[in-house]
Design a protein around this ligand. Sequence first.
Ligand SMILES: [Mg+2]
Length: 90
Amino acid sequence: MIDLIGKAAMLEMLAEESAELTHAALKLARKYRGENPTPKSEMECIDSLTEETADVLLILDQLSSIISDERVRAIKAQKLVRWKIRMGGD
Ligand SMILES: [Mg+2]
C-alpha cells in the first residue's frame, strides 16, 4: 500500500487513526469512570477501541520500511523496565 500512496500519505493516515484510537480510549475511560455519562455501552466502547487498535496496527505494518520492528521491540523492553522501576516494582 505504501508504494501506492506514498510515505507521507501513510503517515497522515497513521496520525488520523491514532487520533481515532485516542478518542476510543478516552471514551472507554469515561465509561469506566462513570463521572461523565456516555450513551455508548461498555461493549460498544470496547468494540471501538478494538477496531481503532486494528486500524493503527494495520498502518504501522505498512510503515515497516520506516519503523524497525527490532528497534521497537528493544525500546519497548527498555521502557517496560523503566516503568516497572517507577511503579516500585523489580
Ligand atoms: Mg479508524
